[in-house]
Ligand binder design. Structure first.
Ligand code: ATP
Length: 240
């Protein structure tokens, strides 16, 4: 059994009176891709925001690499090796591609490592090297997604939280992005927690999955087994 790198215990999160996450417990093991599936509004993004410290939970605890990071400052969480690729990418549109990548590495004090990681992300996404000096706002949606993933990698994370990478992308680009996400996981050993509405892509890419409905986890299993369940086939994969 591999080590648990991230553990959520009974996490509850809310926006004022709106309870979005209602007692979620989940675990991500080192080296795997885990996924949280769920419909629009189920609370997937809220779980990721709570883990990365953007939103403080009302209840529960979050442990990362054996340390309690519940409600810790987001910048400190990044320094501990946890990066978040938010829904909608949120690249800095006026900064160049290269400067966006530099922002991902701003807390690092190992210039040689930063240079190595820059070469690594340009290897995964050669288009970003070609466009290194252009403002990020001029990139296509797919290229901005590549940049957002690369910016997260520039922090040399052990775990990446990936929110809805397929949003607004063509099926072809979605497939390309997922293939590279899997490569990064296999080659670099980066653990991933992936949130997706595209259950088909997510279940093919990930090892272990949780199904979230209305702020609660209603099912969990290996993705191989989830793909065979009638409820998943009917409600998430559109098969009868
Ligand atoms: P989506 O794929 O649409 O992002 P999701 O599963 O990620 O869906 P969340 O974004 O986590 O869902 O939203 C969960 C619930 O919290 C929803 O009812 C949503 O309307 C509400 N919510 C999300 N963000 C806010 C906010 N900033 N203020 C108030 N309510 C919010």
């Amino acid at each position: 059994m591999s080590t648990v790198i991230l553990k959520l215990s009974n996490v509850e999160s809310a926006y004022g009176p709106i309870k979005a996450v209602k007692g979620v417990s989940l675990q991500v093991r080192q080296g795997e891709i885990a996924t949280v599936l769920g419909a629009n509004g189920a609370g997937k993004s809220t779980i990721l925001k709570t883990i990365s410290g953007i939103l403080d939970p009302r209840k529960g605890t979050i442990d990362f690499k054996g340390e309690n990071i519940t409600a810790m400052d987001p910048a400190l969480i990044v320094q501990r090796g946890l990066s978040h690729v938010p829904e909608g990418r949120e690249v800095f549109p006026l900064l160049s591609v290269r400067d966006n990548l530099a922002m991902g590495a701003y807390t690092r004090r190992d210039p040689d490592g930063v240079a190595r990681d820059l070469a690594l992300v340009f290897g995964y996404f050669p288009i970003l090297k070609e466009r290194a000096l252009q403002p990020a706002g001029l990139l296509s949606g797919g290229q901005q997604q590549m940049l957002a993933i690369s910016r997260a990698l520039m922090a040399a994370p052990d775990l990446i939280l990936l929110d809805e990478p397929s949003l607004g992308l063509s099926p072809k680009l979605t497939k390309e992005i997922f293939e590279i996400v899997v490569r990064i996981n296999r080659e670099r050993g980066t653990t991933m927690l992936l949130v997706e509405q595209n259950a088909n892509m997510a279940l093919n890419a990930a090892d272990y999955g949780y199904v979230l409905e209305n702020g609660r986890i209603v099912m969990e299993d290996t993705c191989a087994r989830l793909r065979e369940k009638d409820d998943i086939k009917e409600f998430y994969l559109g098969m009868k």
